[in-house]
Design a protein around this ligand. Structure first.
Ligand SMILES: [Mg+2]
Length: 253
């Protein structure tokens, strides 16, 4: 199969998220990795009676609640809405928190999450090589698009992609077909002309196969395909295998 476009998942495919790079904060005598220590001072003046430990608990709760809501129908709960949930959980009236404060929280969260996102140097070469033959795209489940775009800009690879589609901008998350179809539209390719590469069977493999794309599953540990997930056309242990695989034109399975 000769493809016209190669599409990638972002986190844990192109970029690794390294929790150990998140800032440390002391919560009830325990050291945890979280953005909470930097977010709390921004909200504290507007949250009398809320201490750091309670803020940390609410931050974790808001993430879990957003994840629960996302799982219902794959509708994205974007970061501003997640912070609104957090304010309500703390008993605060969201309409009394100014947009400047919300933006400061979003910017700070973005700053520290971006620091924890690592772009492995070999991936730059993979993208650079592929970009000479294929249109490239990204389809990412992420709740704040500026973070994802900022990481690509920082690493100097944003210009290699003709489409970067983030769930926070589309409103729908993988495996919903809408987000894949948006990317294919931007790339002006039909599903059968595109290869999708991602690490999650239940999100990337299921979703991309669902819209009729071929899929290369990034499966570094050689896990079996989970029950109920259609078999991907290819399996690779590392992104660096993609170039040779496409050059050989042979299935990896
Ligand atoms: Mg991923």
């Amino acid at each position: 199969m000769t493809y016209g476009a190669i599409l990638f998942d972002l986190f844990d495919t192109l970029v690794r998220f390294d929790r150990s790079r998140l800032p440390e904060v002391q919560i009830n005598g325990r050291t945890v990795r979280s953005t909470a220590g930097h977010l709390f001072p921004i909200l504290a003046p507007y949250a009398p009676g809320v201490d750091l430990a309670r803020f940390f608990e609410a931050l974790i709760w808001s993430w879990q609640e957003a994840e629960r809501m996302r799982a219902v129908d794959h509708h994205e709960v974007a970061a501003p809405e997640r912070f609104r949930l957090l304010f309500c959980h703390l008993g605060l009236d969201p309409t009394r928190i100014s947009s400047e404060v919300v933006q400061a929280l979003l910017n700070t969260h973005k700053h520290y999450l971006s620091q924890a996102a690592e772009f492995p140097p070999p991936h730059r070469a993979v993208l650079s090589t592929l970009s000479r033959r294929y249109r490239l795209g990204i389809v990412s489940n992420f709740d704040y698009a500026p973070t994802a775009h900022g990481i690509l800009d920082r690493e100097g690879v944003a210009g290699l992609f003709q489409a970067v589609v983030i769930s926070a901008e589309v409103g729908w998350r993988k495996p919903n077909p809408i987000i894949f179809e948006a990317a294919l539209r931007h790339l002006s390719v039909a599903p059968r002309e595109a290869l999708f590469i991602g690490d999650r069977p239940d999100i990337d493999v299921l979703g991309a196969k669902g819209v009729g794309m071929d899929v290369a599953w990034l499966n570094p540990d050689g896990e079996p395909v989970p029950p109920g997930i259609p078999a991907p056309e290819y399996e690779v242990k590392a992104l660096t295998e993609i170039g040779p695989l496409l050059a050989s034109g042979e299935p990896g399975l």
